[in-house]
Design a protein around this ligand. Structure first.
Ligand SMILES: [Zn+2]
Length: 46
């Protein structure tokens, strides 16, 4: 199960964003919005 890169909770597979060809999953749309505003910050966490 993927983790939400923004808040660290278990992610919902239905809420997905792709950054530099990699998929990222989020617990809710708000976390996805936060990620998309600053994807470099969150994607660097691994
Ligand atoms: Zn979240």
């Amino acid at each position: 199960m993927a983790k939400d890169s923004v808040c660290g909770m278990d992610a919902n597979p239905a809420i997905k964003a792709v950054h530099k060809g990699k998929p990222y999953y989020f617990c809710n749309a708000s976390c996805k919005e936060t990620f998309l505003k600053n994807p470099e910050k969150f994607s660097s966490r691994g």
